[in-house]
Design a protein around this ligand. Sequence first.
Ligand code: AMP
Ligand code: GLY
Length: 419
Amino acid sequence: MKVLIVGSGGREHAIAWKCAKSKKVDTVFVAPGNPGMEDVAQPIQLQNIEELIRFVKDEGIQLTIIGPEQPLAEGMVDEFMKEDIVVIGPSKLAAEIEGSKVFAKNFMKKYHIPTAEFKVFDEIVPALNYILGKEFPLVLKADGLAAGKGVFICNNYTEAETILNQTMHYGLFGDAGSRVVIEECLQGEEVSLFAFTDGKHFVSTILSQDHKQLLDGDKGPNTGGMGAYAPARFTKDLKKQVDEEIIAPTLKGMHKEGRTFRGILYAGVMLTEKGPQVLEFNCRLGDPETQVILPLLDNDLIDVCEAILNERIDEVVLKWKNKSAVNVVIASSGYPGTYEKGYPIKGLDKVSDGTLIFFAGVKKEKDTLLTNGGRVLSLTALGNDLQDAQKQVYKEVEKVSFTNSYYRTDIAQKGIHRL
Ligand code: AMP
Ligand code: GLY
């Protein structure tokens, strides 16, 4: 079969790589993809929904998987389904669980899904009054999608006032910031879990851990993710607890709300003293967690997708390699702020077979891959345990270089310490 992946980052490269391994798949297309993905997929330069629909029909694509949140929140799945196109991802109504923090928080409150205490504001003066008497830190969140940049942990009133002014008064995130959620700051470690769901039933992955901050020791500004590892081992029953207390009631509640969620639900969870609490829901696979989850998954991803589509996901048993995976992102210095682009990426031919390279911000000129984004590429290595995988991946990361490259040197360290 022919498969189309929508998106262009490292997550989409990993999805394309996993699909290309399936015996059922002849060709993988990525739209728009990037030239680093050409090892497993054919990038096609189509952006808007009409062009994609035409391409899927003309090319006879039998399955489309949508990677990023933006097209899901904009209703790409609804448009595809109107045309009888087979697609993995939630409808626009269901994607609101990520697209609107206000919706997600009110939904969690209604269905008793554990999450931080919160209040919603659509005017700045009441918001400022509210924080006046509050203890800090407090978390401020823009309601809409803000490319991962809309969440602020404020340590005092002045910081919070500045953020409220920027978002609600000066429109830093446009409409996405005209409403804000102000919530209690949760303490603990974060963990990610993905649930493949047909709307009624689900199977969930092993736990993974992202490293959102730019600098070693989880310091510095938040990024899209500087690396990840899996499995993340905490208490024995944690996954079961997240499945039962978070995923199951969420899917049930979404169905009841007339927003049946089909596709992949991502729960970002804080492990607090009071138990796991939801930090955020996403309506898709995570980046860079996908780059460690899919290499450990033994099932054919197409089988899992078909089970979602045929509403028999409850019959699927996910099988995992008895290994650990660590992914390290190599970024352009300056990211998540401003950075330079256009530098040749060297040493890719020296990376050992068995280490996976997932490209994100790259372009090609005369057969050379050049940097073209903040997060340029990432490497995933598997090992017998976390320590082994970490050692392997950093050995390979050192071989890859470009002007002003930057990576964290402690990805997975948190997990190794915990063992
Ligand atoms: P979100 O986009 O809602 O996941 O927020 C991005 C990041 O901000 C999360 O991964 C956490 O690191 C942090 N964060 C969000 N909400 C809270 C909270 N209530 N308490 C502490 N940290 C939070
Ligand atoms: N890893 C965080 C995200 O995908 O949103």
